[in-house]
Ligand binder design. Structure first.
Ligand code: HSE
Length: 307
């Protein structure tokens, strides 16, 4: 691999879980995305050029955590200079920290000529998720690194299956102006044990989702969005404002609906954009006094890549 001193990178937003695929399924989105420039440097210097807040301190950021883990493992010299242009709102459920972790792992691999496979970069990026959420999980970093729809079907050793998402699948993100409890909190409200009936319901939803992606069939994918375990617990804990109404509107307009990762962003999946659905969703948020916006986007086949 040819080493370089500087590299500019784009990392896509990602949506994790997709209903019943908690900590397993994820998908890369064409928008929004983050862009970064990483350079070799004698001393750590990282800055965020945008209004979105992103931690950049070497000891307290995803960037620094991934860099130091790779530096130690591979005996790398020097440090990094990072310039971040964040398009992904942090702490909203759209894979902001995964984008930072994936971009760092990708950049270090390129800058220092480590010749790591993309599947190995998922491991390094996953460490950064562990830094923010309390334990490593791969359902955002896997699609951020690999693109498409990913299934993390084993964690030790790490194994991820990547599938292309259908080209005609559309997604609508609903980003609301509510303060998000941390991902660690959103995980702390989940039940240790679940009724057998709920486990079966989730198995069926997840199976439908996986068959839909495997067969590239939008309608089967849309029918595969449901979750009797994680989303209801988070909604009860107040972490997914307006979730039940959003799901009801999704059913009425032919969209599959879910929380995007741990929320509070919600996401709908369908066959074509629907301004009527978007208007109805925004109206329902407005009636509850919650400011929100919708973003129409598509799956991204590309994961993190050099510009
Ligand atoms: N699978 C994770 C969760 C995604 O739902 O907690 C958020 O990082």
């Amino acid at each position: 691999m040819l080493c370089m001193d500087s590299i500019s990178i784009r990392a896509p937003a990602t949506t994790a879980n997709l209903g019943a695929g908690f900590d397993v399924c994820g998908m890369a989105l064409s928008e929004p995305f983050d862009e970064f420039t990483f350079s070799k440097s004698d001393a750590w210097h990282a800055a965020n050029e945008t209004a979105f807040i992103a931690a950049t301190d070497e000891q307290k950021s995803v960037f620094g955590f991934v860099w130091n883990a790779m530096k130690q493992e591979f005996g790398l010299p020097g440090s990094l200079q990072i310039s971040a242009k964040k398009g992904i709102q942090p702490s909203a459920g759209m894979g902001s920290s995964a984008a930072e972790a994936s971009a760092t792992a990708f950049a270090v691999n390129e800058l220092f000529g480590l010749n790591l496979e993309r599947s190995e970069l998922v491991h390094w990026a996953g460490l950064g998720e562990g830094f923010t959420a309390g334990n490593p999980h791969y359902d955002n970093v896997a699609p951020c690194v690999l693109g498409g729809f990913t299934i993390t079907y084993n964690t030790n050793p790490l194994k991820v299956k990547r599938l292309d998402a259908p080209k005609d699948l559309v997604c609508m993100l609903v980003v609301s102006e509510v303060t998000k409890p941390s991902t660690a909190f959103a995980r702390s409200v989940l039940p240790e044990q679940v009724p057998r009936r709920d486990a079966l319901v989730n198995c069926q939803y997840l199976s439908r989702l996986l068959v839909g992606f495997y067969e590239n069939d939008v309608q089967t994918i849309v029918s595969g969005f449901g979750d009797a375990i994680v989303e209801p617990s988070r909604a009860r804990a107040g972490g997914l404002p307006n979730f039940l109404q959003f799901k009801k509107l999704g059913d009425q307009h032919g969209f599959g609906t879910a929380s995007s990762g741990a929320g509070p962003t919600l996401i709908a999946f369908g066959a074509e954009e629907s301004p009527a659905f978007s208007d109805a969703v925004l109206d329902s948020f407005s009636r509850k006094g919650i400011r929100a916006k919708t973003i129409w986007t598509k799956p991204s086949a590309l994961g993190v890549h050099a510009l």
